[in-house]
Design a protein around this ligand. Structure first.
Ligand SMILES: *[C@@H]1O[C@H](CO)[C@@H](O)[C@H](O)[C@H]1NC(C)=O
Ligand SMILES: *[C@@H]1O[C@H](CO)[C@@H](O)[C@H](O)[C@H]1NC(C)=O
Length: 333
């Protein structure tokens, strides 16, 4: 470094254009001493679900890499994402997961720069990646991490009905990655504790969320369901306004309810009284009937005893006719 400063001191007396020229020569002279390295897209990168992501790789020096082997891999070199060898792309060793999804851009291959495009990013693409440049006298690689994130659908709110002295609301949304966080808030921005929350992952690895809350009192008449992606720090919110009249805490609803309750109670009392009166009437009637029956029975017994002889007398003569067995009271004067 001291030598370099001395060199700059020495250039002070030289006119500007030629000093620049000499400076460049010094840099070019220093360059071969530095090791060539592969530079990738960075430590980590993020891609949206279903989007296209680019993996650019280049050498630290302008060198033609057209005749080098360039390999993009996932995790380890044997897991091939894309392979360029002997001036062409080879698909034989490509992982099934990446088939028909990669595209190599070689416009700047003569200056040491190539780009791999990966289409239709899915949660399963998440993980470590690398690119490796290989020739007879050079080998170098760069690695990075791919993160995948997806913002789900707009939340859908449904009014489920009255429950436990309040109104039950349900909020659902699909297509999130990674696992989202949901929150219910009232119009003052205060959190409302959820009644239930279910998060499930579909076959594509995307999360579906469903949460419900029971809203009580008029202070919550504006309620929002907010779903947030922890990686993107982005959220989707849906606000529903509930008219006071529907909330159980509101006065009109309560008085209507109490009124209905009073009418129902009165009706019940009336019905009970009616039933009791009916039962008593029936009881009285049954008592009357019993005494009438007893009277009849007594009369019957008396008549049976009385007509015993008559029956025996008339039996042979009257049994062929459908004459009453017992003598009828004489109605004729
Ligand atoms: C890729 O495309 C070819 C031709 O269109 C097709 O035969 C093959 O099944 C595809 N592979 C995958 C994994 O989709
Ligand atoms: C509820 O939200 C609506 C629209 O978001 C707004 O116009 C209204 O003023 C809010 N109501 C209250 C009581 O804050």
């Amino acid at each position: 470094m001291a030598d370099f400063l001395v060199a700059l001191e020495f250039l002070k007396g030289v006119p500007l254009p030629s000093s620049l020229l000499i400076f460049t020569h010094v840099l070019l002279f220093l360059q071969p001493g530095k090791a060539i390295s592969v530079i990738g897209p960075g430590e980590s990168m993020m891609a949206g679900i279903g989007e296209e992501v680019e993996f650019p790789c280049h050498l630290s020096q302008y060198l033609d890499v057209e005749h080098m082997e360039i390999l993009w891999f996932r995790g380890q070199a044997s897991d091939v994402v894309h392979l360029y060898q002997n001036g062409q792309e080879l698909f034989g060793r490509q992982m099934v997961q990446f088939q028909n999804r990669t595209k190599l851009l070689t416009d700047e291959i003569t200056t040491g720069s190539v780009i791999l495009q990966l289409q239709g990013v899915a949660p399963s693409d998440e993980g470590p990646y690398g690119c490796r440049f290989l020739s007879s006298n050079f080998s170098g690689e760069a690695i990075w991490e791919l993160e995948v994130a997806g913002l789900g659908s707009d939340p859908h709110i449904s009014l489920e009905g009255y429950k436990e002295g309040g109104i039950q609301l349900r909020c659902s949304s699909t297509g999130w990655y990674p696992k989202p966080k949901a929150q219910w808030r009232d119009q003052q921005g205060r959190c409302l504790p959820p009644e239930s929350e279910v998060i499930i992952q579909d076959v594509r690895g995307l999360f579906h969320l469903e949460t419900s809350v029971v809203v009580r009192g008029r202070a919550h008449s504006n309620v929002s369901c907010c779903i947030q992606n922890p990686l993107l720090l982005q959220k989707k919110e849906f606000v529903i306004q509930i008219a006071d009249a529907f909330l159980p805490g509101a006065f009109p609803w309560r008085s209507a309810f109490l009124g209905t309750l009073a009418i129902v109670s009165l009706l019940l009392v009336f019905l009970v009284a009616l039933a009791r009166a009916c039962a008593q009437k029936q009881l009285r009637r049954r008592g009357k009937l019993t005494s009438q029956l007893e009277k009849l029975q007594m009369e019957l017994d008396w008549r049976r005893a009385e007509g015993q002889a008559g029956v025996k007398r008339e039996c042979s003569a009257t049994s062929l006719h459908s004459e009453p067995v017992f003598p009828q009271p004489l109605n004729t004067p």
